[in-house]
Design a protein around this ligand. Structure first.
Ligand SMILES: NC(=O)c1ccc[n+]([C@@H]2O[C@H](COP(=O)([O-])OP(=O)(O)OC[C@H]3O[C@@H](n4cnc5c(N)ncnc54)[C@H](OP(=O)(O)O)[C@@H]3O)[C@@H](O)[C@H]2O)c1
Length: 252
């Protein structure tokens, strides 16, 4: 059985940082997954210090989830880390939104993350970790990113439930909750300077530090990891203050 890590959304941003960081772990191979094969190949070539398998696929397609499951089986994989990182968001009011895009967001951030976890769990053993990339958007609903923040609230709840279930097997699940990061996420969401006061004023999280902190928290068996003191405080406030009050501040 070969000890591997699986990272979805590894062709850019935070996924690349998870790829760099996980190479420091005692693994035999890392599987990097995303749709853009050329980008994955380039990342494997330039940054891969250990054996890397490029798995180009759209993880929202049922046949690809099945193909991934068969690959785990045929390779006799022992997954030490599953990083469910692929995700995207959009900004705007829902009464002006494209329903197809909103559905695709739920498909990726919620359904694919769930399916990848369920498919991978039989290939995980004692001491391994599921790392679900969540967001500060999971703490309080964000108006104008309503579907996105709802998907991340699901990720938080899913991670908590999963972690509880897996305790008996000594497998951990951690929700990594960054604030804004300068990645392609912003372009995909249509966020640029001047688009959103919130994105313009919030402090930004460093993707490398976020990946490093997320892995460290997962290895310690933590349930939630939030980078930066500012966002740790925000998480605490979200537990004690009414959502209706914080939503006025959290509006995008
Ligand atoms: N950046 C932020 O401000 C921020 C803040 C909080 C949380 N997050 C979360 O952090 C995670 C990583 O985002 P990021 O900031 O690194 O953004 P990013 O650079 O846009 O990365 C998103 C990754 O997901 C992949 N992806 C998108 N659709 C996919 C699909 N259908 N199948 C397979 N892979 C797919 C993309 O690759 P391909 O296009 O090649 O498929 C890309 O590798 C996301 O879950 C996001 O919600 C981001």
């Amino acid at each position: 059985m070969s000890k591997i890590a699986v990272i979805t959304g590894a062709s850019s941003g935070l996924g690349v940082e998870f790829f760099k960081e996980l190479q420091k772990e005692p693994l035999e191979e890392i599987w990097i997954i995303a749709r853009r094969e050329d980008r994955l190949k380039e990342i494997a070539e330039k940054l891969g210090k250990i054996k890397t398998r490029v798995v180009p696929m759209d993880i929202t397609l049922a046949e690809n989830v099945e193909a991934y499951k068969n690959l785990l089986k045929s390779e006799g994989a022992d997954v030490r880390f599953l990083v469910n990182n692929a995700g995207f968001g959009t900004v705007g009011n829902l009464d002006e939104a494209d329903y197809v895009k909103q559905g695709q967001m739920v498909d990726l951030n919620v359904r694919a993350l769930t399916e990848f976890t369920v498919v991978t769990l039989p290939f995980m053993n004692k001491g391994s970790s599921v790392i679900n990339v969540c967001s500060i958007a999971s703490f309080v609903p964000n108006a104008r990113m309503t579907v996105y923040s709802s998907t991340k609230a699901y990720v938080m709840s899913f991670t908590r439930g999963l972690r509880y279930e897996l305790k008996k097997k000594k497998i951990n699940a951690t929700a990594v909750c960054p604030g804004p990061m300068s990645t392609e996420f912003l372009n995909v969401a249509g966020i640029e300077k001047g688009t959103s006061k919130t994105f313009d004023t919030l402090p930004y999280c460093d993707p490398a530090k976020t990946a490093r902190g997320g892995i460290k928290a997962a290895k310690k068996g933590r349930c939630v990891y939030t980078p930066r003191a500012f966002f740790k405080l925000y998480r605490l406030l979200a537990k004690v203050l009414p959502a209706s009050f914080l939503m006025g501040l959290a509006k995008v």
